[in-house]
Design a protein around this ligand. Structure first.
Ligand code: ZN
Length: 715
């Protein structure tokens, strides 16, 4: 899954075409709404996707009862589209937010649980994928054994850390701890609690080969702002974090936990100071730095690089991508300048913290109390089976995906979604032709790039091979640790081989979607093809407003301020004329200003620059989906249904797909750390479309009204 360990606590989907991450849409999710769920089948029911049943939301694809028709669409469109749903929705106690993606995620989790439990009972052949799935899940659910083991599963690692007595040994321990747990461009995941992360992806200058990128990491809170920000909110969290570190060390039997916690906090604060911001991390033009192996000691002095890289299995690599050069150099410097004991305490704390969800209840509860409750505001930890489903999906995602699509994703659903994708691509091509601001030269490149696009629907053509992953019944922690190492080695093994353009970065049961800029491909997993994104029985206007917009969102990522930097072959190369790029940037700036004016929490505005890429994709996606819907009609008139015109249903389908409610801490976290605008504000994209004004008769003087000259049109 694309979910970072911090996000897992909340089951956040990153970038979905619709939701979160990088290019895909990202959504901080959660579910449980009474209105939204009233018509959905009970969890665990075995209905398959396309059925003759009524659409799951509302009578023709959206939730009429969740609207507040006393609101004027032109004054408060979100209120009009989903007001009663907001009023009547309670965020489930184990969630920090709730909305469309979370609702689908809950249903998908219940399905996946049934699949996992069925294969556990069947006790498949030793060594088979099904046996591994069952053993992984049942080991996590075996709480009696986990309680008996206490902290013993991590003791060998803690002893090894305690024995470190030189800088070279520290460097080796740090190198041995890194994993492949980030994916900046495809999934929009760039947080890792480990000191650095290895991301193996296309070389930015030559998309036919892989480059090993090193990225900053090492913080136990979500971002540098949490360590350095001046608001009282962060100050409180900082004191809670020190207490948490001490608690974790005390549970594992460390002496003087308070002193150690103080040292760890001081070290992490120093690391936070050398980190670069989210905005700089996602700016690909700042990320294309190559450091030769032979230059590392000079470019980033401090670490014993030979010891570090040898332990990481990277010492034979001739060149590295330094994604955030100043941060990597800063971290390297700190390994030499800060006391060895502080680093040993730091490594011990993070080893236990990473392991905590797989250790006894005292560890898991302490982990949740800080990461889930204090940081994200979630009152209650998820039920154990839900955590088990997520962890098993992280470890064996494609093996589970194979079972999932066999049962829940019939060929007809795949064909229908593929047909919508074709219309979206056609509509976008026509929009490119009509653009009056883009010169013929740039346009020709854009058309060439679009012709190279691929939309991958449902599941991969070739499934991942898990034969090298050892799963041991009864070893919950060991299974998690080996799965992380297996994934790391799978990525190491890519180095030196040709790029696999059929690779899936998400599992079929992921409720999300993504655009891969180096591959010019859009991935649409089977699980996202469910209401409120898509319902094979729903009115087409609603399907295009929801899933169609999501598809258009992903396609325009190929042409947004990030995607525009990649050419038709997926290389980082500027194919724009100066004048066209200037126009694009000026329009992007106008859109950023529009979003920066929104203030979801008192004093905390949306960062229009940080969310620019995703907002541009939302805008282009919505405009393109509207055209694609009209294409799908093939000249036939569309009916009025229950008093709503096709235009109205299209925009309501869109807005309802972005309904969400947040706990304040979770909303703050998303605003500060995420590249996605929080879901309800994404619905306000409509203000830039002329068709929305005519659909709802929006007039000057109304709160959301923008005069035509202030409506931003990019694609
Ligand atoms: Zn996106």
């Amino acid at each position: 899954m694309s979910v970072s360990p911090k996000a897992q606590a909340d089951t956040v989907t990153r970038r979905y075409l619709l939701v979160a991450g990088s290019s895909a849409l990202a959504v901080a999710a959660s579910a449980g709404a009474r209105m939204g769920l009233a018509r959905t089948p009970a969890p665990g029911s075995r209905e398959s996707l396309p059925s003759k049943a009524k659409p799951a939301i509302g009578t023709f694809g959206f939730d009429v009862a969740g609207m507040d028709r006393s609101a004027a669409p032109g004054d408060d469109f979100v209120r009009y589209a989903v007001g009663k749903w907001i009023d009547t929705t309670e965020i489930p106690p184990d969630r920090s937010s709730w909305g469309s993606v979370a609702i689908i995620h809950r249903k998908t989790s219940a399905r996946v649980r049934t699949l996992i439990e069925d294969v556990s009972k069947a006790r498949a052949r030793e060594g088979s994928d099904n046996r591994k799935i069952g053993d992984y899940f049942m080991s996590f659910m075996d709480t009696a054994r986990i309680e008996r083991l206490g902290s013993s599963p991590v003791m060998p690692e803690l002893h090894a850390i305690a024995a470190i007595d030189s800088h070279a040994q520290l460097s080796a321990a740090l190198g041995g701890s890194i994993r492949s747990d980030v994916d900046v461009l495809n999934l929009g995941v760039f947080y890792t609690p480990r000191i650095m992360s290895l991301w193996v992806a296309e070389d930015l200058d030559d998309a036919t080969r892989y480059r090993p990128y090193l990225l900053q990491g090492g913080l136990g809170m979500p971002d540098r702002e949490y360590f350095l920000g001046s608001s009282p909110h962060y100050a409180t969290l900082r004191s809670q974090y020190v207490v948490h570190i001490a608690n974790v060390l005390r549970l594992a039997g460390f002496t003087t936990p308070q002193e150690r916690a103080t040292r760890v906090m001081a070290l992490e604060t120093a690391i936070a100071r050398v980190h670069v911001s989210v905005g700089d991390t996602i700016d690909v033009t700042k990320a294309n730095t190559v450091w030769l192996r032979s230059e590392l000691a000079a470019k980033a002095p401090g670490l014993d690089w030979t010891a570090f890289l040898t332990a990481a299995g990277l010492n034979d690599q001739p060149r590295f991508g330094a994604w955030q050069p100043s941060a990597l150099a800063g971290i390297s410097r700190l390994t030499a300048s800060e006391p060895l004991q502080a680093w040993k305490d730091y490594l011990a704390f993070h080893t236990i913290e990473n392991a905590a969800p797989f250790l006894s209840e005292a560890f898991a509860d302490e982990h949740f109390a800080f990461n889930g409750h204090a940081v994200s505001g979630t009152p209650q930890q998820q039920e154990r089976w839900k955590r088990g489903v997520d962890h098993t999906s992280d470890a064996l995602g494609q093996a589970i995906g194979k079972l999932y699509v066999r049962k829940y994703f019939p060929p007809a659903a795949k064909a229908q979604a593929q047909g919508m994708a074709d219309n979206v691509l056609k509509a976008f091509a026509a929009r490119l032709d009509r653009l009056d601001w883009m010169g013929t030269e740039t346009k020709a490149h854009a058309k060439k790039k679009l012709a190279n696009f691929r939309v991958m629907v449902g599941y991969p053509d070739r499934w991942r091979d898990y034969s090298g992953l050892e799963i041991v019944r009864g070893d919950a922690y060991g299974n998690w640790a080996r799965a992380g190492l297996f994934e790391y080695r799978r990525n190491l093994a890519k180095l030196g081989r040709p790029v696999d353009r059929s690779e899936w970065f998400m599992t079929p049961q992921t409720v999300n979607a993504l655009f891969a800029p180096s591959q010019n491909s859009v991935t649409l997993p089977a699980a996202i093809l469910a209401p409120s994104f898509f319902d094979p029985n729903a009115d087409a206007a609603v399907n295009y407003g929801a899933l169609g917009q999501g598809l258009g969102h992903e396609v325009t990522h190929g042409f947004d301020d990030n995607g525009a930097l990649f050419d038709a072959n997926g290389n980082l190369r500027n194919w724009w004329t100066r004048a066209d790029m200037d126009h694009f940037k000026a329009e992007a700036k106008r859109l950023a200003d529009q979003y920066s004016a929104y203030e979801p929490l008192p004093g905390l505005h949306i960062d229009g620059e940080q969310t620019s890429t995703e907002n541009i994709a939302d805008l282009g996606g919505l405009a393109t989906a509207w055209d694609a819907y009209r294409l799908s009609l093939q000249g036939r008139p569309a009916p009025v249904i229950e008093g709503f015109t096709p235009q109205q249903r299209f925009f309501l389908g869109f807005a309802q797909n972005y309904r969400a409610v947040f706990r304040p801490a979770a909303l703050r976290r998303q605003i500060v750390t995420d590249v996605l605008t929080p879901a309800p504000y994404r619905a306000l994209t409509v203000r830039n479309l002329d068709a929305w004004y005519s659909a709802f008769d929006v007039r000057p003087g109304q709160k959301l009204y923008l005069p035509p000259a202030r409506r931003v049109k990019i694609w």
